[in-house]
Ligand binder design. Structure first.
Ligand code: SAH
Length: 353
């Protein structure tokens, strides 16, 4: 390990942890807020640019800690759309991806929480690359801060935790990153423009509800039937849909937010008449909406087993499916698939590490 790897990643600290740290270095508490302001509002990447911080403190911070945890090593620009995919490298040489998706006056940044993913969902390319490690809070945040530095902080209007990995398995770092993003001193994105997406870890859904940060929660549903869901999402065998729905109910009530059900449409598996009935029933029980995602095939990756057999539901059938749900008073959105020419669309993020 080199010395940089041993240094403290200062963005792994929440503001109150930063205060304790700064006091521990012998400086006054208010210095922590000044540093916080440099890091998160001025997007400062070196301590020497922090002009109102005494030189001795800057020197100490330089010796003991680092600011930037990621280096952008590649960018792909989609031709049909303005979608951009960024490849970042961590200090220990691991690679992760983030995607910037412009849509009218909204720019959504999709960020990763793990290097790879342990869940092995059968429709997702990230699952095929396996799992390497959790990202730290600073590494999660730096995907945003580095992109904000390049494009302007005001240009990124929304953040979705929908890149590589399962945020609620990496709960501690995810929660910390959210705490930093929603900190009252952090200018920019507000809690209602942050969405955490999960395949469903009930205990962690409840923990997140209890933090009172009230960010939006999206749940990767994909089927209302336990057996089908288990087939395409092995995690369902451990944490059933029934158990997750209870936790989601708690989340919706506690945070007074609407749950988004993500629903990737798979031919013959979840696009049947009985799926419409089941979805209508399920969504009537909870303050929610459905976000339909056309399935982005992962066949080019030549996967084995069920992954290799999955087919997208044709678009015209998706429209009819959505219409029938609307007739049953369900709120449905069909997500625009952007960036599949650069493998930046949902479920296409995968890299060899
Ligand atoms: N682990 C988290 C976040 C990552 S996935 C979760 O499961 O929610 C983000 C969204 O993309 C999920 O709803 C996921 O189901 C969807 N997705 C994954 N693979 C896809 C694919 N090949 N086509 C379309 N959507 C996909």
């Amino acid at each position: 390990m080199n010395s940089t790897e041993n240094k403290l990643k200062i963005k792994d600290l929440t503001r109150s942890e930063l205060q304790s740290y700064i006091i521990g270095l012998g400086a006054k508490k208010y210095r922590a807020d000044q540093i916080f302001n440099w890091l998160y509002n001025n997007l400062s990447e070196d301590f020497d640019s922090m002009q109102n911080i005494p030189k001795e403190l800057r020197q100490l911070l330089n010796e003991k800690s680092i600011i930037s945890t990621l280096r952008k090593i590649n960018q792909d620009n989609s031709t049909g759309t303005l979608t951009r995919k960024f490849l970042f490298e961590t200090i220990d040489g691991k690679k992760i991806e983030s995607v910037l998706i412009p849509d009218n006056d909204r720019n959504t940044l999709c960020i990763s929480t793990q290097v790879g993913c342990p869940l092995d969902c059968k429709f997702c390319a990230t699952g095929l690359m396996g799992y390497t490690r959790n990202l730290s809070a600073g590494e999660i945040l730096d995907q945003y801060l580095s992109t904000a530095k390049e494009y302007g902080k005001e240009k990124i209007t929304n953040i979705v935790y929908m890149g590589m990995g399962e945020p609620l398995i990496n709960y501690e770092a995810t929660e910390k990153s959210l705490r930093l993003l929603t900190d009252e001193m952090n200018e920019g994105i507000t809690r209602n423009r942050i969405t955490v997406s999960t395949a469903g870890i009930p205990k962690r859904i409840i923990d997140l509800a209890n933090t009172d940060m009230r960010v939006k929660l999206a749940f990767s549903l994909h089927s209302c039937f336990e057996d089908i869901r288990s087939k395409i999402m092995p995690i369902n065998k451990k944490y059933s849909l029934a158990e997750n729905l209870k936790a989601l109910q708690y989340y919706a009530n506690k945070t007074k937010t609407k749950i988004t059900f993500e629903y990737t449409m798979l031919k013959g598996l979840n696009d049947r008449e009985e799926d419409i009935r089941a979805l209508a029933k399920l969504t009537s029980q909870l303050h929610s909406k459905i976000n339909i995602i056309p399935f982005n095939s992962i066949k080019h990756m030549d996967p084995d087993g069920i992954s290799g057999e999955l087919e997208p539901t044709p678009l015209d059938k998706i429209y009819r499916f959505a219409e029938k749900l609307r007739e049953r008073k369900v709120t449905v959105l069909i997500r625009d698939t952007q960036g599949d020419d650069i493998a930046a669309a949902c479920g296409q993020l995968a890299i060899k590490n």
